[in-house]
Design a protein around this ligand. Sequence first.
Ligand SMILES: [Ca+2]
Ligand SMILES: [Ca+2]
Length: 280
Amino acid sequence: MPAVRIRRRKAVALASAAVLAGLAVPALAPGSAGATAPTPADARTAAVAAYAAPDGYYDGVEGKTGDALKSALNSIVSDQTKLSYSAVWDALKDTDEDPSNSGNVILLYSGVSRSKSANGGDTGDWNREHVWAKSHGDFGTSTGPGTDIHHLRPTDVQVNSVRGNKDFDNGGSAVANGGGSLTDSDSFEPRDAVKGDVARMIFYMAVRYEGADGWPDLEPNDSVNNGSAPYIGKLAVLKEWNEQDPPDAFEQRRNDVIFESYQHNRNPFVDHPEWVESIW
Ligand SMILES: [Ca+2]
Ligand SMILES: [Ca+2]
């Protein structure tokens, strides 16, 4: 069966990734995928989902809450491979692939499926959106937070421009071709289907970047006028979005692909969205 072959390849890839990342190799139990049957139409997502959150990845967080949990997660997710900004293009073609069309990526804010080859900077292209706006902490695009694909997503060039470096909040008027996203003078509200995705990307960045290695300590706060300070708002709204829009198969597969094939670290809040409330 093709699905079995795919699963075996993924299993080998995961084992290799785990060795590279210094992790214990997870048990490769074909029957451990859980109660949900794979969807034939999306064998690749099913194959990857079978290996979410390998045993041992979160060792050390047991019983911890609040700042202790945050510190433990920082240690875990900081063990990662880092990409160059040019390598991000090909990575996003994989992590954000349209499950219904392997020649396309899904654009984050608009929800549009667009050709992988239409990457660039012109009208009609897609580009590399920093969900944690790179001016918030001024970390740029050298290898580090500016190339961390946990928060880099394909977006329509013009929609990306509308979002700019605005903080996140509810309200505003419709963004042209924004798939239901809204904006006003100082904030951006993504479409409902990715509100939780956006929130969990912000929370990942806050845990991953704690002021080490010369990078700023990124944190969410309750402002929408953060400018170049290393903060993103609004925390209360992001927490609501995390609750309203729990992780789905696309987001979970994306986390697995980043873990297996690129950075070899995970977004803890995709695996455990309940940890947001423990920390913030
Ligand atoms: Ca979602
Ligand atoms: Ca931080």
